[in-house]
Design a protein around this ligand. Sequence first.
Ligand code: T46
Length: 312
Amino acid sequence: MKLRNIADQDADLLLEWMHEKESAPFFEDNGRRWSSEDVALFIKNCEDTAAALYRTIAADTDECMGIAGLQNIDRNRNSAELVLSVREAAMRKGYAWFALVEMLDMAFKQLNLESVYWHIHNDDDRSRRFYDKHGFHQMVDVPEEISAFPDNKNLRWYSVLSSDDYGNRLKKRDKVAGCKVIRIKTITTLDAGELSFFEGTHDIDFEIKRIYFISKVPEGVRRGFHAHKQLKQLLFCPYGKIQLVLENRNGREEITLEDPSVGVVIDQPTWREMLWMEKDSVLCVAASDYYSEDDYIRDYEEFKKYVDDLKI
Ligand code: T46
């Protein structure tokens, strides 16, 4: 699959696709479906400008599978609006994901933008599932000048920042050494950062009795080297980059925490080591119980025996 310039040869497929059941409502122009003349005009006007660029999402055979674009490119805000739609024939084949990552690369790496946003219709369950599954953050408080254009107010907005690890979202892991990797709910405000939150027993399955955080750790330093017998914890890194090495009866695995909206729930006896990969990284922990030294196993051999005994 590839992205290429939109060409006259795409007209027939574009027209066919604009009348497909799922995409048709989104190509209506005041209730009027696009005609072949509209499509021809669209293709003719598709040349790159400072404010917009559009590409055909093409199969290896060159067949048009959909359209992706960046529009409302705003050099003051350093933002752009993403538009992306694929034909029914391209669904569930990876075209949408491919085009999304390519367009974001173009926005951040070539155009040096800071943020990209887009909307879907609230009743477009398929798109909603797609973006939510890949952990994209919903944007609230959408500025009037951005939200004013689509007449339809029944929209759901998303956004990505240039610093987000968007390309790896597909490779998103849901477990590390059998411990759940969770997405912390995150709300974006355009040009004003993100807010992440979780609620005890709603988003994690224990009551939170204690919050602690570890800061001012020099780069390259390791902490941890212990396990807990009963304590359950959610670990996350709101700033910086920390490698977490976990070992339990599921084996030994590591994960790098660097996205503030990713957390790991350790809810079984697990040996942990934390490596500060960047200076000033912060590790935050929400714990199910008050501090008790009795719950710690700080000797590795003792931990191994403890886990072996649990198996019996
Ligand atoms: C864990 C990892 C991720 C307290 O007095 N109260 C507390 O709530 C905590 C967490 C620690 N302390 C004392 C115990 C030690 O004297 O603070 C000192 C440093 O603790 P520790 O060496 O255990 O720190 P880390 O970074 O190795 O481990 C901490 C947590 O202790 C542990 O539960 O899972 O972070």
